[in-house]
Structure formats: structure tokens, C-alpha cells
Design a binder for this molecule. Structure first.
Ligand SMILES: Nc1ncnc2c1ncn2[C@@H]1O[C@H](COP(=O)(O)OP(=O)(O)OP(=O)(O)O)[C@@H](O)[C@H]1O
Length: 300
């Protein structure tokens, strides 16, 4: 399990991470979202042991990560801009890393090089941005890490490769209980992939929820009434987060299970009712507004 307790990281006087508490279950995929400068990369780098915390702690399996060789050998971090020594290729890097990571799997490395459309013999500097990312991920996966930390891994990848990346990671999580933390700006990308999502803002964690919990407890409902319903009473009976009325059609988002919300709505005798799925972005926006945050200022 990964844990951050009151984790703080400063650059000079500026706190890029400010007393962050979070835990990531072993064998889960944890998504970090937030606007530019929220602290996502700093959090990943601190979890990877690149930065020493200035306060609190970051642990993997109850051990501090910073300057801990044993933990670091089980963990791989793929930064958003991977830099490798001049002149090296994916193949030559693989040879070097095979001696450094005890769990390195050469057969898996060869298979990954075949499955990704990247030239393993080309000089790394000459690869495209997307191919560099793929190379970084191949090197990380081939070392069979227990913990995989990914910064904007989907950026610059085409849809076919994005799907392959998701498949491979999901397979490693299912087969070996690998734990994944990934940062992204793109909520939609995380929607069908993460078990838990956390939102960082100005170095603080403002929301952390399991995806099932997020989507099961908010319903968007459309309903039609022959006679205007008592709106205030309806709002009181249902825990409504957003409400709109266009003629006889009302649309609202309410908290609760689908069954409970529709049952309560029946008391007002609509002539028509249906629930419409909410996107993860909409769920997040409702949750943020409920927590008193101005979403436009946060997600930019
Ligand atoms: N090495 C550094 N020195 C000084 N300030 C830094 C350093 N690294 C990050 N910061 C600052 O810390 C804050 C958080 O940066 P970080 O890169 O973690 O954000 P982010 O959420 O990953 O942003 P983005 O989505 O733009 O990549 C920013 O204000 C950034 O300018």
C-alpha cells in the first residue's frame, strides 16, 4: 500500500504539496487529476523518491521511499519527459536496466518491443514524443514493478496505443497486483480506467473517491409532469445538486441510488421519467460544487 501522511514538499518558500494525506490500495489504479501547477508531478516525484519530503512522509508498504534502495528497486516512475543518455536506444537501455532491476523480465521486454510500434534500435533522441513515452513504459513494465508511477502517460499517444497501454496495465494489475498511480489533466481518459480518483488543487488534496462511489450516488433525471409539480417540495424531498426547467420538462441531478431517487420522484406523479448517465466530468463538478469549490477556477 502507498501512503502519504501530511506530505509536504517545498521549493524555497513555496509549498508545491501541502499536508497531503492519501492512501492507494495495493493492486489498484489511482488517478490524480488537477490543473496546471496543482502538484501532480511533484507528488509522483516524491512518491518515486526523487524528492525528499519537507514534512510528513511518503511510504510504500510502510517504508519511507526516499533513499530506500529496496523500495526503489520495486518501483518505476515514467516522467512526462523522459530523458535518456545520449546515443542510447530502447534496446541498449533494456540491457542496462536488466542488470539493475532484480525482477527484470527479458522475454516480456522482447514481447513488449514487438507489441508497441516503436523502433527499439533507433536512437532515443530521434524518437517522436509518443514513441518516447512508449519506450519509457516498455522499460518500466519489463522490470515488473510492484508500483508504477506514470506522469501524463497518454499524452501524445494515438488511440490504438492508448488502448494497448490500458490493456497491458490492467492485465498487470489483475495478474500481479501491481499498484498504479497516474497523473492526467484529462478526466475522460481516467473514466474507464481508474479505481479511485483524487483531485489536487494548489498542492492540497480536495477530493478522493472510489469511482463506483462517485457514479453510483448521483443520478441525472428527466421528468415530465402534466401539471406543474411543487418544485420547492421536490427539491426538499430529493437531494438535488442541479435543477433546470424547460416548460413541462424538468432535468435535475440528485444524490442517491437510481432506485431511491425514482421512488421518491414517483410521489410527485410524473407522466414520464428516466435517468440519463452522467459523465465523470459532470460527477466531479457536482461533487466539487457540493464541497464548496468553484470548478471553473480549479479545472481551468
Ligand atoms: N523544481 C522546481 N522548482 C521550483 N518550483 C517548482 C519545481 N517543480 C515544480 N515547481 C512548482 O510547483 C508547483 C507544482 O508543480 P507540478 O509540476 O507538480 O504541477 P503539475 O500539477 O504536475 O502541473 P502540470 O499539469 O502543469 O504538469 C508549480 O507551481 C511549479 O511551478
Amino acid at each position: 500500500m502507498i501512503k502519504c501522511k501530511q506530505l509536504t514538499k517545498r521549493f524555497g518558500e513555496f509549498a508545491a504539496l501541502n499536508s497531503v494525506d492519501l492512501s492507494v490500495q495495493t493492486g489498484s489504479i489511482f488517478g490524480l487529476v488537477g490543473s496546471n501547477g496543482a502538484g501532480k508531478s511533484t507528488l509522483l516525484r516524491t512518491l518515486a523518491g526523487v524528492y525528499r519530503p519537507d514534512g510528513g512522509e511518503a511510504t510504500v508498504n510502510s517504508q519511507q521511499v526516499f533513499e530506500n534502495r529496496e523500495i526503489k528497486s520495486k518501483l518505476r516512475f515514467v516522467p512526462d519527459e523522459l530523458r535518456l543518455p545520449r546515443g542510447c536506444t530502447l534496446l541498449s537501455m533494456g540491457r542496462q536496466l536488466s542488470g539493475l532491476y532484480p525482477a527484470w523480465d527479458e522475454a516480456w521486454f522482447t514481447e513488449l518491443c514487438m507489441r508497441f510500434p516503436v523502433n527499439e534500435k533507433a536512437r532515443f533522441q530521434t524518437l517522436s514524443k509518443g514513441n518516447k513515452r512508449q519506450a519509457g513504459l516498455i522499460l518500466a513494465l519489463a522490470s515488473r514493478p510492484e508500483v508504477l508511477l506514470l506522469d501524463e502517460i497518454f499524452d501524445g499517444l494515438d488511440p490504438v496505443v492508448r488502448k494497448l497501454v490500458k490493456q497491458l496495465i490492467a492485465q498487470e494489475v489483475a495478474d500481479r497486483q501491481m499498484t498504479v498511480v497516474l497523473a492526467s489533466h484529462n478526466l475522460r481518459e481516467m473514466e474507464d480506467f481508474c479505481d479511485t480518483l483524487a483531485l489536487l488543487h494548489k498542492g492540497g488534496l480536495i477530493l478522493e473517491k472510489e469511482l463506483d462511489e462517485l457514479s453510483l450516488h448521483l443520478q441525472r433525471v428527466q421528468a415530465v409532469f402534466t401539471q406543474a409539480p411543487p418544485i420547492e417540495q421536490l427539491k426538499q424531498r430529493l437531494c438535488i445538486t442541479t435543477f433546470e426547467q424547460t416548460g413541462s420538462l424538468i432535468t435535475f441531478v440528485a444524490r442517491g441510488t437510481r432506485e431511491d431517487v425514482l421512488k421518491t420522484l414517483d410521489e410527485f406523479e410524473p407522466t414520464f421519467k428516466e435517468t440519463v448517465p452522467l459523465s465523470l466530468e459532470e460527477v466531479f463538478i457536482s461533487e466539487m460544487e457540493a464541497a464548496g469549490y468553484d470548478i471553473d477556477k480549479i479545472l481551468g
